[in-house]
Design a protein around this ligand. Sequence first.
Ligand code: PLP
Length: 391
Amino acid sequence: MATKLATRMERLGTETAFEVLVRAKALEAQGKDVIHLEIGEPDFDTPPNIVSAGARALEEGWTHYGPAAGQPELRAAIADYIERSRGASYAPEQVVVTPGGKPIMFFLILALVEAGDEVIYPDPGFPIYRSMIDFTGATAVPIPLREEHEFRLDVDELAGLITPRTKLLILNSPANPTGGVLERADLEAIAKLAVEHDILVLADEIYSELLYEGEHVSIATMPGMAERTVILDGFSKTYAMTGWRLGYGLFPGDLAASVSKLMVNSVSCTAVALQQAGIEALTGPQDKVVEFREAFRRRRDLVVDGLNRIPGISCLSPKGAFYVFPNITGTGFKSKPFADMLLDEHGVAALSGTAFGDAGEGYLRLSYANSEANLTEALERIDAAVKATVA
Ligand code: PLP
């Protein structure tokens, strides 16, 4: 029997990284050697003090339902961390803890926008933004991020995209997939536009601790922005906790109540024992965060240097996150065929820039959250792949 799905399912997109991972695993099952540069997760294990706190919580009986918005101690620790790290003031009641940072996009967009609304989102950008906007029936308006502008949005261009229907602007800094970082002046100008046009901003700051120069600046600290900024952050990237599923949002006004309601209607609450581990992550020693960042910095330099030596490829040195977004137009290839060829013929799993929006044509995304030995081998394979096609 062919099941007729709701039409909204036709509008829902996906995250290509997971599809490429499945293809890469299938090749490995056939005995092929694949280097994984497709999936965006730290290759490190979660620091042992956090693992112990989670295990201890299970043994101590944190095995029951908890409040939909999260454990009060964790919500307080999060509000405290956001104040400490950015100088942005949110009360613990404004925090909602979710299974990963991703549900914050899902719940916020579901709670806020509908057909007739416009949402401006970064292109190239995390694919779930576009997917969720389309799902609600709202109009997705891409703001292109260009290499010549270091993959920061152009504020004049943004101003030109705003209409009376613009309800939400999504920012992501440091960014996936480009590693681009918005500067303080960019954020000040964007904040002025948001206040002037009464637009809510979703600031996806999940890579805030993976910044290689300067200090992370949150748009929530700009004049008039505390009451119109939702901060998305979480534990996945900073503490190497992707599989735990632990993230959070900080919401202005009464949005936290609406998002909690969506929590009640979907997952009830985030696993309570894991929330105890989250408290340890935020309040315990932070030396591993520094160690991870320094390892990523070395890998970034290795990968950027290696890519720039390959004929036809050029790569900016990103200021944050753990991705590079090399320009491959000089190879003569389009992005998707190039990524397919790298995986099928050379055992390097990478993502086509187009997996992140139309503006990603001409680029690849490589995650450098992998060992230096694997990265070196991957660079040799990419070099061989390009030379083989030119020869
Ligand atoms: N935001 C961005 C830009 C991301 O790249 C990711 C994960 O890849 C997330 C949010 C969500 O992370 P998680 O749901 O694992 O916390």
